[in-house]
Ligand binder design. Structure first.
Ligand code: ATP
Length: 300
């Protein structure tokens, strides 16, 4: 099942090009949409929902064409917007119940369903309190309950951890991870790479309206880095490593060796054997999603 597919998807707000002809093909699962502020994340989510119409290209969500069949998409997709939009004088139970009625459920079923999803997000006790008195974490969880209330197959969460303290952030990320257990696919946007690393199995990196990279998180992490220190001048070894396709950054006798495909230790071993370079230290470097993001930006 393809959750999101776009071809040449383009959207501009007047003169501001927010998405520049992006092509994506993203399978079911928990998908992280990462990028700095202004990268185009919210615009992509709104195009997925049919709230915005593209100037060029197309977008398919859960294999429905959003332009041709927007109602099919909206009936199967829940949306948690970034902006706080909740009525302060309503209780969480009333607000989420009303959202269920808007989605077409009868009043009694809506109340029951609201109660269930508020319990799921951890607001069972607080559900009869007015939203105006809620903390940021409770407000975010109410927004998540609203997105889940019509039993969607996919939820789009726009910066769900924004404004949360570390504990609230942890709770929200735990909740997002648990959604998979209910058979719900997730697209979650964030400018915090650590959030995506923790919760997602597929990452779409956006920058300035373009796709830097789209792929499984496991694949990104597999990009290998080795740190090593040699006894003498590294020039000959660096040349041997580069001939094997490794990217080498070095300072004095220390270097970081990166290999896009394959095992970096094998490449280092072969280069050491060829050059006879003396080794002082060798260790595995960690490649974080942030490294991948920065590198992808360099090659764009
Ligand atoms: P953020 O996390 O700040 O919301 P984002 O990655 O979601 O960032 P978008 O909100 O999609 O990015 O914005 C993409 C670009 O479009 C930015 O340059 C932004 O300034 C611009 N933009 C967004 N909304 C509007 C608007 N209503 N009118 C004009 N420009 C807009």
């Amino acid at each position: 099942m393809t959750v999101l597919a776009t071809t040449g998807l383009t959207f501009a707000y007047g003169d501001v090009l927010a998405l520049d002809g992006i092509d994506l093909d993203v399978p079911a699962g928990r998908i992280g949409l990462v990028g700095a502020n202004g990268a185009g994340k919210t615009t992509l989510l709104k195009l997925m929902l049919g709230i915005l119409d593209p100037q060029a290209g197309g977008v398919r969500v859960l294999e429905h064409d959003v332009g041709q069949d927007p109602l099919a998409v909206r009936s199967r997709v829940g949306y948690m917007p970034e902006a706080a939009t909740l009525p302060p004088d309503q209780t969480a139970a009333d607000f989420v119940g009303y959202s269920a009625e808007l989605a077409g459920l009868p009043p009694k079923a809506s109340r029951q369903r609201a109660s269930d999803v508020l319990a799921l997000v951890g607001l069972q006790e607080e559900r009869f309190r007015p939203i105006g008195g809620f903390s940021t974490g409770m407000t975010q969880r109410t927004k998540l309950a609203q997105a889940l209330v019509h039993d969607p197959d996919l939820v789009l969460l726009d910066e769900p951890t924004a404004g949360l303290d570390p504990e609230g952030r942890d709770e929200m990320l735990d909740l997002i991870e648990r959604l998979g257990g209910f058979g719900i696919d997730v697209v979650v946007s964030s400018h915090v790479l650590g959030d995506i690393e923790r919760t997602c199995d597929w990452v779409v990196m956006l920058d300035g309206g373009k796709v830097l990279r789209s792929g499984p998180l496991a694949g990104l992490e597999a990009t290998g880095t080795v740190l090593l220190e040699v006894l003498d001048s590294p020039a000959v070894l660096v040349a041997a490593l580069e001939r094997r396709g490794a990217a080498v950054e070095h300072e004095g006798t220390r270097m970081q060796v990166r290999v896009e495909d394959g095992d970096p230790f094998t490449v280092v071993r072969d280069a050491l054997a060829e050059t006879g370079a003396g080794l002082r230290r060798l260790s595995s470097g960690t490649t974080t999603l942030e490294d991948v993001f920065l590198r992808a930006g360099d090659t764009l």
